[in-house]
Write a protein that binds this ligand. Structure first.
Ligand code: FES
Length: 167
């Protein structure tokens, strides 16, 4: 297991005026979420040693921090790829061969759903609906939608991200 450099967390804790955020010497719950967001922005996910440091410095039980982290989908406990690939498995997409698109993504990236590619570029997830059923079958990469997909489109689109054509 690689060691996590906690300087980023210390910088974030050093930037905030903790006295404003404390009640009885403890970080107020309403400040915990923005604090976790700052740390995730810094690391791309929430490393456990970072959470342990916040727990110690902020006087917040680690169990409470984990309670918040696991409740909100926006927080990640594992490193994520640079690009987030979401493939729809909803009904509209399913009837238009969405499962084949998901398989093509999985095969192209060499990972299962929930995994991150070995080059650290992509994390792959499936979702219940992307809200663009009229484009079925659909996948989304970061903020961009790709619809009316054929299996053969998957490689072409992913290549653009690999080559850095899409940041
Ligand atoms: S079912 Fe796929 S976008 Fe809605």
């Amino acid at each position: 297991m690689s060691e996590v450099n906690l300087d980023g967390v210390r910088n974030i804790l050093g930037r905030i005026d903790l006295s404003e955020k404390l009640t009885n010497g403890k970080v107020r719950p309403d400040y915990l979420i923005p604090l976790l967001q700052d740390i995730q922005d810094e690391y791309g996910y929430l490393p456990r040693p970072a959470l342990e440091l916040i727990s110690r410095e902020g006087g917040i039980p680690l169990s409470r921090i984990f309670g918040v982290v696991t409740f909100y989908e926006q927080f990640y406990l594992e490193p994520r790829g640079k690009h987030m690939v979401k493939c729809c498995r909803g009904t509209a997409c399913h009837v238009k061969n969405g499962a084949k698109i998901a398989s093509a993504i999985s095969k192209e990236l060499g990972i299962e759903e929930g995994g991150t590619s070995a080059d650290g570029l992509f994390t792959f997830e499936t979702v219940a609906c992307l809200g663009t059923c009229f484009l079925a079958p659909v996948m989304m990469i970061d903020d961009s939608y790709y619809g009316n997909l054929e299996e053969s489109d998957v490689r072409t689109i992913l290549e653009r991200y690999r080559e850095g054509g899409v940041k």
